[in-house]
Design a protein around this ligand. Sequence first.
Ligand SMILES: [Zn+2]
Ligand SMILES: [Zn+2]
Length: 253
Amino acid sequence: MYISGDYHLHTYASDGRASVKDHALAAKARGLKEIAITDHSFSTLFCNMTEKKFGKQSAEINELSGDDLKIYQGIEGNIIGNRLDVPPSIIRKLDVLLVGFHRYVTLFKTTKEERKFLLTNGFSSEKNKEKLAVYNTEAFVSVLEKYPVDVIAHLGHRTPLHFERIFECAAHNGTYIELNEKHIETLEAHIDGAINSGVKFIIGSDSHKKNRIGEFRRVEEFIKKYSVPLERVFGTDGNKPEFKDKKGWQFVV
Ligand SMILES: [Zn+2]
Ligand SMILES: [Zn+2]
């Protein structure tokens, strides 16, 4: 197996400590063919995306992307209850829409239900796990059905879920399940269900620093240990993922 892509990267536009150019140079040095820049989204605390930063990043990516290295522009959207914090006008400009649960999200302009979702998941212990799993699963399913989601990042990180239902829904909607180098352990108990569901996988280092791009030691071990079918793992062995066309996408409530 060899690594040919990395579809989860952060830059100075959010909480990364690298520029698009730093990642592009490191990616070329590692022999990668494709990468996706996926900074945190608009409601993230302290280092949120803005329209201005997004526009500047688009221009940078257009300049650096080429035949030797394809660079996709993405966002790592926050799931807040059953909505995403990415404006529709931005979604239409994206190559890649990643979504994930993060607890450091502003509570400004959130509904009572959404605050409950953020706070009970982000800061609670083991209690109420089953009740939360039911609630979270419905939230994730509703997001997958309403938005053109390409990838679910670090599924299960700080969020109890009914994984099988999510895999089934992701397979149905053509959404990739990420094999995330930093949080691969969250899939450990559920990988058989994922394989059986027919869902596709994609690799992401979730790298925030220079020269960490393309590092997948844990993901590689995981793939071998659980015999994840390589033809369904995008970003390895030259397998290139396909992302949804979002240009004409409209939000329907
Ligand atoms: Zn994340
Ligand atoms: Zn990330």
